[in-house]
Design a protein around this ligand. Structure first.
Ligand SMILES: NC(=O)c1ccc[n+]([C@@H]2O[C@H](COP(=O)([O-])OP(=O)(O)OC[C@H]3O[C@@H](n4cnc5c(N)ncnc54)[C@H](OP(=O)(O)O)[C@@H]3O)[C@@H](O)[C@H]2O)c1
Length: 244
């Protein structure tokens, strides 16, 4: 894809990978529209990058997703890239009755929202210039780490969905990318850390970003990044080792 001159909607760009993509794409001369739930973060980002467009939105709410779609199409009809990035990561103990509200929230954020948003934007994107849908999955889509079973299942579902979406759009100009990050040092899963200011480790975000941008620039439609490559390649063989 061309990495400049686009109008890009990024879900969940108040921190981490979404924010890194937003800042980098803005730097490359794209119009960047970001959304998230935290209004204070959106305001801080707007102060730092006045050219960035911010929109408060909870993507677990289907009406807010529809509103986001209608608002973007009305105000930025030149939008040609959707990045389904927003995600949450929860620990789920399947040996006890699960909290179904949490299971539903994780699936709604990581899977149902990308399905819905891709379908809402697809019709418009078919007629846009150099259009793309970019789904941010995970290396854990390919091999689950068993203490986060719903998270991994949501990402495996997003991986499968991306294959079907790409197939359904194959006779259109819309390119469908999947970027599968490895562990990247962001706020993901911060709710389970005692010190909320601590990140969870993983590779530095700029290292992730430069490999992901190279994949997008070179039209590598399925791009496992860093250690995710090994997970994609070795699949089931690694399940035992990761859960030893
Ligand atoms: N970091 C990693 O190691 C890693 C590895 C593989 C895949 N990923 C994937 O990369 C993506 C970005 O994660 P990250 O690591 O950058 O984590 P992060 O720093 O926690 O960022 C997550 C983003 O998602 C947004 N979000 C969460 N729920 C939302 C909702 N209901 N509505 C709107 N926005 C919502 C958050 O914004 P608000 O809180 O403001 O709503 C935040 O901007 C996720 O899909 C994640 O699964 C990350």
């Amino acid at each position: 894809m061309n990495t400049s001159g686009n109008t890009i909607l990024i879900t969940g760009a108040t921190s981490g990978i979404g924010l890194a993509f937003a800042e980098h794409f803005a730097h490359l001369g794209n119009t960047v529209i970001i959304c998230g739930r935290r209004a204070d973060r959106l305001a801080e980002i707007k102060d730092k990058h006045p050219g960035m467009v911010t929109k408060e939105c909870d993507i677990t709410n289907e009406h807010q997703r529809e509103e986001l779609h209608n608002w973007v199409i009305s105000n930025y009809p030149e939008v040609n890239v959707l990045i389904n990035n927003a995600g949450i990561q929860l620990v789920t103990d399947l040996t006890k009755p699960v909290d179904l509200d949490m299971v539903r929230m994780e699936m709604e954020t990581n899977f149902i929202a990308p399905v819905h948003l891709a379908s809402l934007f697809a019709e418009h994107l078919k007629t846009a210039t150099d259009p793309s849908i970019i789904n941010i999955s995970s290396g854990l889509a390919f091999v689950p780490i068993a203490f986060m079973p719903v998270y991994c299942a949501s990402k495996a579902a997003l991986h499968s969905l991306t294959l079907s979406l790409r197939h359904q759009l194959k006779d259109t100009p819309v390119k469908v990318f999947e970027i599968a990050p490895p562990s990247v040092d962001t706020e993901l899963g911060h709710q389970r850390r005692e010190d909320k200011t601590q990140t969870h480790g993983g590779i530095p975000i700029q290292e992730f970003l430069s490999e992901a941008m190279e994949a997008l620039h070179n039209d590598i439609l399925e791009a496992p990044i860093g250690q995710s490559k090994g997970l994609r390649a070795k699949g089931d063989a690694l399940f035992g080792a990761m859960n030893h």
